[in-house]
Design a binder for this molecule. Structure first.
Ligand code: XIL
Length: 372
């Protein structure tokens, strides 16, 4: 009897361990090899090797990396004559060591950019040629330093309003929409082989996608190459719909550009915004009723998140000929900016690895979509 029990137990143990080995055997980067690049955004601690738990996860699971903050203008070029390259250099070296496609984010954006870029010594907006000179110097220095190493740049980020009109940023106030053309011109001149992207959030909104189409056409008319349009993908459990995302992918790819999903995360928390803005200054107040899962995620929500990711990746796989890359905005839930946006200090669960760096149900669900 005893030996019977022991052998049953042994068989059970074997079954459990082979099942988990089988589940663990593949990685995202292997599973999506024939579909598209699969990336993650990494933060300074991860880049500088101070997050040892994330290290092998980043290397093994992902075929591409994006820098969450360290290549933004205010970080890499805080003063006119001051560049801080250390973390960015480490970022590029890490991608090389991991044999990953290295993304540059971002050259021209209205956020996380120093005030001095736009003003003179009297704090008045500078003339167009002064702005262009500063943009040119910045782009030549940063994109030039990583020429041949960074495979693609978010050249311009978030230049559109949700209704498809141009955002009234200081770039726009000084130069009109020509600043976009100039940014692409400078980026192409310094590294002709790097891919060049226009990137924005809420790209499921048809009017906004029409705005992106206008940007693509304007660039082409002016003789500038654009390789892909980035849909950031800061989404929710119930919005946008798969149909909305699909329409945008189709509309953009008809323009002869690839689509890249650049900043994917799916918030499971109540959404305090009506406009789904990912503009980093559009903050909301935190309160208990919009922060319900501080003690852990209920299984029902975990399952709902997995189903949502499954549907989204089902769509991505269906259109893998149009999609160049899908990048998650963060490695694991604990790193996600969604814990602090749009409301600060919440506990969100928007990624596919949990706070212990373990794959969530969503991880297995998206891998399953490859063979469907
Ligand atoms: C976010 C980062 O994740 C945060 O750490 C930072 O505090 C603010 O910016 N759109 C973008 C990204 O293009 O650069 C933003 O990243 C998120 C919204």
């Amino acid at each position: 009897m005893k030996s019977f029990l022991v052998s049953i137990l042994g068989a059970l143990l074997l079954f459990v361990s082979t099942a988990s080995v089988a589940q663990k055997k593949t990685t995202l980067r292997k599973a999506f090899k024939k579909s598209f690049l699969i990336g993650t955004a990494i933060n300074s601690r991860q880049i500088n090797g101070r997050d040892s738990l994330a290290k092998s996860l980043i290397a093994n699971e992902f075929s591409s990396i994006s820098p969450e903050n360290d290549l933004k203008w205010s970080v890499i070029h805080p003063q006119p004559k001051e560049y801080k390259f250390e973390t960015a250099d480490n970022y590029v070296a890490l991608g090389k060591a991991n044999k990953q496609f290295i993304v540059g984010h971002t050259l021209v954006w209205h956020s996380q950019v120093p005030n001095w870029v736009f003003v003179d010594s009297n704090n008045a907006l500078v003339a167009k040629d002064v702005l262009y000179q500063r943009m040119k110097e910045h782009i030549e220095t940063v994109a030039g330093r990583y020429k041949g190493k960074i495979g693609g740049w978010d050249v311009v980020n978030e230049a559109l309003n949700d209704d498809g009109t141009m955002r009234n940023s200081r770039y726009y106030q000084i130069a009109g929409d020509e600043f976009i053309v100039k940014a692409f011109e400078y980026a192409h001149a310094v590294d002709p082989k790097a891919e060049l992207y226009y990137n924005d959030y809420n790209m499921y909104k048809p009017e906004k996608v029409d705005g992106a189409v206008r940007i693509v056409r304007m660039l082409k008319e002016k003789g500038q190459r654009i390789d892909a349009v980035g849909m950031q993908g800061h989404w929710h459990l119930d919005s946008p719909t798969i149909e909305e995302i699909e329409k945008s992918i189709l509309t953009l790819s008809k323009e002869g550009v690839k689509v890249v999903i650049t900043e994917l995360d799916i918030s499971v928390l109540p959404n305090p915004q009506r406009n789904n803005s990912s503009n980093i200054t559009d903050v909301a107040q935190n309160s208990q009723n919009i922060n319900p899962y501080t003690n852990g995620l209920p299984d029902s929500v975990q399952v709902a998140l997995a189903k949502r990711y499954e549907a989204i990746f089902g769509l991505f796989n269906k259109h893998k000929d149009k999609i160049g890359r899908v990048t998650f905005w963060g490695v694991q839930d604990g790193n996600s900016w969604k814990n602090n946006f749009p409301a600060r200090g919440r506990t969100d669960y928007p990624l596919i690895f949990d706070r212990s760096h373990q794959p969530k149900k969503a991880y297995y669900a998206i891998i399953e979509t490859v063979n469907k």
